[in-house]
Design a protein around this ligand. Sequence first.
Ligand code: NHR
Ligand code: GAR
Length: 211
Amino acid sequence: MKNIVILISGRGSNMEAIVQACAQEKWGARIAAIVSNKATAAGLAFAAQHGIDTAVVDHKQFDSREAFDAELARVIDGFQPDLVVLAGFMRILTEGFVRHYEGRLLNIHPSLLPAFPGLHTHERAIEAGCKLAGATVHLVTPELDHGPIVIQAAVPVLPSDTGESLSARVLRQEHLIYPRAVRWFVEDQLTVSNGRVQHQAGAPQVVWAAD
Ligand code: NHR
Ligand code: GAR
């Protein structure tokens, strides 16, 4: 049984999608804990209701990123993770933290990377006149939003879109691709070479969504 630890900062809808897929599809894995940097994160209540261990490491209690990341890693390691999943986790992680979890740290980013790393991706895609937007699941490397890409979903940007309407369209696809990527990882179906991730049996690593 592999242990998955999920890091959140807020709503936790991607975390919910992973928890539900893990149970429904009977993965050979368990969600060992949900860890948040914010005590008020709504996702913590969902986790507790589902009998999943939770922990809070409040970044505001630390005077450096290194000190926060050291405590975060200590708490995570207490759950003996095979995989650490960033799901709407909003703190940039230090190189030391990322190296500690190298090859077993996944993130979902709400853009078609390498376009729009960082924050406010939907507003930036609309502002740039993009006709396509989407989400990317990638392995985390020290350079923000630059790690090897596991799967991407693409959606149209409509002329009437606001950041809110576009983020809702992208989020529906996030809930599809993130559980799929996590399942591939825990079932050892991914190979990484030269910074590229391949599904060993050739499962499609792109999702096209019209709506
Ligand atoms: N850390 C590393 N080293 N590499 C990545 O690829 C990371 C990471 C930490 C988080 C998620 C990420 C995203 O998908 C992620 C990927 C937070 C920020 C940010 O600017 C940027 C990207 C991501 C997450 N955070 C501010 C900070 O000062 C705080 C913003 C806030 O609290 O709202 O850390 O987009
Ligand atoms: C998701 O859209 C995720 O891709 C994004 O925040 C949202 C979290 O929603 N992540 C980032 O922007 C990381 N910087 P959720 O808490 O409901 O999963």
